[in-house]
Write a protein that binds this ligand. Structure first.
Ligand code: ADP
Ligand code: GLC
Length: 499
């Protein structure tokens, strides 16, 4: 099948979170399964043009009553043959930031930036004379692609000038995070160059505003999300982010497919970011990683004390209020009351960054590195004994899977992908791969961490067995690719699949 990934992120080119890891790893796995997979991304300012190949001739993109001109660059996704196309536009992407920056976290012209990008995708296909069977759009920044497919490109009821080439293309919208929907003022619609019918037809309207993800959900032929539990959760009020009704109405078109772990990036036996390597049969290297992590964070080097690690975007989704909320969060009590060390690498909300600095000033066993560092993220996964991930909600979560592979036992809330990948410790049998609680509160995090630390000091036999079990868990992108393939095949006209 010809599969086009429309995404605002893909490692190593542009990343703000797990979306980037997922898009690249899934593309590689689908290519290994024999598909013709291609990725299209905006060329953000941070993606240097050196080393990219420029395609000949400009791309004309009709938008908001005018034609915008774009250059197209091309590269190959590392460790694969997947072509990656970059849509270049100085006005929309010639600035720092994917969605925004510290001063302006959500660029005011994001509706126009991503409308341009999504519209350009179709012009790119025409330029390449390559028309996908499946267009897989990821999250709100790519949610307009299914809308354009339905209203201007596919030759359906409302046809545009060039309709026809995309008549057989089917759109899948993958929801990596329902918490971000792309909600803007209604007036943005005028700049999308969609027929007026699309305002109601695509369901843009959202409580007096315009909602990009909602329109994508309405127009895509099928919907996926990144774990089976999250697929159920988003159809109910608590996790539905005000779209649960719409998602329930599309229940039969919605499926949860669990993400995997990219073994090129995350394998403790060969990970280039680590000072020593290890596997489940020889854990000596893990002890060396723990010492290196303690040093990197300025903690006393000590094998005997359990090290709790965390790598996270510092946003409410990740449970940071319950963990770090000033006067309220549990991290201070954990570090004050228990014989532990805590090392966190994170960046995000300013209050939280400040509180991490404050905790580090008050506690000798708590250290934080503020900012983004791929190398330290790997060192924390490898060097820590436990991994803290008390998410309020978690569509899939990659970090707990990395932790399991690295023999670092996760402490998690039982939600979304965390519920699907971690199994709770059973004191009697010693079974399990981590430590889970149901309701998010500072108390629950404190008690569950206390339970994990109790195990470290009192049941080293259980701890070692859990570590082994964790490292043997398989989270394979090939399995995910197999499930996506089955879904895609089911969407194509029956004659084609029989061939
Ligand atoms: P989300 O996408 O919601 O942030 P995931 O667990 O799916 O959560 O993916 C997070 C990814 O981003 C992981 O690869 C993790 O290592 C990485 N990450 C998050 N914050 C940082 C940081 N401050 N430094 C380095 N890597 C980070
Ligand atoms: C989102 C989610 C995260 C998921 C990632 C990749 O960023 O927050 O849970 O793992 O996408 O699908």
């Amino acid at each position: 099948m010809k599969i086009l990934m429309v995404s605002s992120e893909a490692t190593p080119f542009a990343k703000s979170g797990g979306l980037a890891d997922a898009v690249s790893a899934l593309s590689r796995a689908l290519q290994r399964a024999g598909h013709d997979v291609r990725i299209v991304l905006p060329r953000y300012y941070s993606i240097a043009r050196d080393g990219l190949i420029q395609l000949e001739g400009p791309l004309g993109v009709p938008l908001g009553g005018q034609e915008h001109w774009s250059a197209v660059f091309q590269a190959t996704l590392p460790n694969s043959q997947v072509p990656v196309y970059f849509i270049d536009h100085e006005g929309f992407f010639g600035r720092d930031g994917i969605y925004g920056n510290k001063a302006e976290p959500d660029f005011a012209d994001n509706p126009q930036r991503f409308a341009f990008f999504n519209r350009a995708v179709f012009q790119l296909c025409r330029k390449l004379a390559w028309f996908p069977d499946i267009l897989q759009a990821h999250d709100w920044p790519s949610a307009l692609a299914p809308v354009y497919l339905r209203f201007t490109e596919s030759g359906g009821e409302f046809t545009g000038d060039f309709a026809g080439e995309f008549a057989n293309t089917k759109a899948v919208l993958t929801i990596h995070n329902l918490g971000y929907q792309g909600v803007y003022g209604k007036s943005a619609f005028e700049s999308f160059a969609l027929p007026w019918e699309a305002w109601h037809g695509a369901g843009f309207e959202f409580y007096g505003s315009l909602n990009l993800l909602k329109a994508g959900i309405t127009c895509a032929h099928r919907l996926t999300t990144v774990s089976p539990t999250y697929a159920r959760e988003i159809q109910a009020h608590e996790q539905g982010c005000m779209l649960d009704g719409l998602l329930r109405s599309r229940s039969s078109d919605l499926v949860g497919i669990l993400n995997g772990v990219d073994l090129h990036e995350w394998d403790p036996a060969v990970d280039p970011h680590l000072p020593a390597h290890y596997s489940s049969t020889d854990l000596a290297g893990k002890a060396a990683c723990k010492r290196a992590a303690q040093e990197a964070f300025g903690l006393p080097v000590d094998d005997k004390v359990p090290l709790i690690g965390m790598v996270s975007r510092l946003t409410d989704q990740k449970g940071v209020s319950e963990l770090f909320g000033p006067l309220y969060g549990s991290a201070w009590h954990i570090c004050h009351d228990m014989a532990v060390q805590f090392a966190i690498q994170g960046s995000g909300e300013t209050w939280c960054e400040n509180e991490l600095r404050s905790l580090a000033g008050r506690l000798p066993n708590f250290r934080a590195r503020i900012g983004y560092s791929e190398a330290i993220a790997h060192l924390v996964e490898a060097g820590a004994d436990f991994f803290m991930m008390p998410s309020r909600y978690e569509p899939c979560g990659l970090n707990q899977m990395y932790s399991l592979r690295y023999g670092t036992l996760p402490i998690v809330r039982r939600t979304g992908g965390l519920a699907d990948t971690v199994s709770n410790y059973d004191e009697k049998s010693g079974e399990g791969t981590g430590f889970m609680f149901e309701h998010l509160s500072p108390h629950a995090i404190y008690d569950t961490t206390g339970w994990a630390i109790w195990l470290w000091y009192n049941r080293p036999d259980h701890f070692q067995a859990m570590r082994q079990r964790a490292m043997h868990q398989e989270f394979s992108w090939d399995k995910a690719a197999h499930e996506y393939t089955a879904l895609f095949a089911d969407m194509l006209p029956k004659e084609e699949t029989k061939k």
